[in-house]
Design a protein. Structure first.
Length: 360
């Protein structure tokens, strides 16, 4: 493994690891408590193993569009355009700003302050995504490592506390593994895996790496390893202190309390920075992926024009209409995710078929 591949792996990890991923693991750990390892095994299956396998399966085709088009040529552009719209400007992009804001409501209060926050957030995300071939430098070298260090600063001190492990609570008490399996599925990272490859392939070319397919697959494995490591750390920390954290209603509250237990009032700022960086990483990655895809398939607009369009649309949606969009788009996503798994099976089939043809 080269430094370039490691850099790409951290970049891909940064694009995956948003606020949603950040809050699932500690809540799972607190609620599953004494059964945390069973619940975590389920979550890792759907939130890490399946997205990594998705990228590995897609790697021989370079993009999911190419893979799906093997089934029926128009299906690739139709399916992927819908996926990019849903996990991009319709849901995930506007949600990043509002999710990051939740940890700064003590500072940002009032309608105009909220609008200013959203404008500043998307302005920074735009700057980060303006040169997609440079995301490896921004996310892989700077933002990703900073995020990892900040999470370590919150979690590691709590591992030395006297354990306060209680019995599993809620639905985790009856079936921890399958509850964790469903929680991991809700991250929707399987769909993100269909989209992120386009930016990693672009950065592979920028680095002049010859083995593009192998490097893409190895980058996914590195990203998966980092994701799994942080999920385990977050869940285990919450599990060891489940007597304190279990009564809390969500992972954001758990992380906020965890930071405050060690760092006092500064913990609130530390936790806010973790959410802000995680959300900016995902937002910039999604903006770059969506803009690159639409520029490639609808070149009537340049990459920068698509980027501006999606940035403005994301900011407007975050300010006004996110709840209404989530009410119908979430249902649509619940149908698309199982379909994506079926498409991956076809991808494996065609890959095996191609290898057999080459050996004859």
């Amino acid at each position: 493994m080269t430094k370039k591949t490691l850099l790409l792996g951290i970049t891909l990890f940064s694009m995956f690891f948003g606020a949603g991923n950040l809050i699932f693991a500690p809540y799972l750990g607190a609620q599953s408590a004494s059964d945390a390892w069973l619940a975590l095994a389920g979550m890792l299956t759907t939130s890490v193993l399946m997205p990594v396998l998705a990228i590995v399966i897609i790697a021989p085709y370079q993009t999911a569009n190419n893979m799906i088009s093997r089934i029926w040529k128009p299906l690739g552009p139709i399916f992927m355009t819908l996926v990019y719209l849903l996990i991009g400007p319709c849901i995930a992009i506007p949600r990043t700003a509002s999710t990051a804001l939740e940890m700064w409501t003590w500072l940002v209060q009032g309608q105009w302050a909220t609008i200013l926050w959203i404008v500043l957030f998307f302005s920074v995300a735009l700057i980060m995504a303006i040169r997609p071939g440079k995301l490896k430098d921004i996310l892989g070298k700077v933002m990703g490592p900073i995020l990892i260090v900040l999470i370590l600063l919150v979690c590691i001190p709590l591992l030395f506390n006297e354990p306060q492990v209680v019995a599993a609570g809620g639905i985790y008490a009856s079936n921890p593994f399958f509850t964790g399996l469903n929680e991991g599925y809700q991250t929707m990272d399987i769909l993100a895996a269909f989209c992120f490859g386009i930016i990693i392939v672009m950065n592979i070319k920028k680095l002049e790496i010859k083995k593009e397919k192998q490097t893409l697959a190895l980058s996914a494995i590195i990203a998966g390893t980092l994701l799994a490591s942080l999920y385990i750390l977050l869940a285990f920390t919450a599990s060891q202190n489940s007597g304190i954290f279990q009564p809390l209603s969500n992972g954001a509250q758990i992380l906020s309390l965890a930071a405050s237990m060690t760092y006092g009032s500064f913990g609130q700022i530390l936790c806010g920075l973790i959410f802000l960086i995680a959300c900016l990483n995902v937002c910039s990655g999604l903006l770059a992926c969506c803009s690159e895809y639409f520029h490639e398939h609808f070149p009537v607009l340049s990459y920068f024009q698509w980027l501006m369009l999606f940035t403005i649309a994301g900011a407007i949606t975050a300010c006004t209409g996110l709840d209404s969009i989530l009410s119908w788009s979430g249902t649509l996503l619940s149908y698309i995710c199982p379909l994506s798994l079926v498409l991956l099976v076809f991808g494996v089939f065609f890959s095996i078929k191609d290898r057999r043809s080459q050996t004859k």
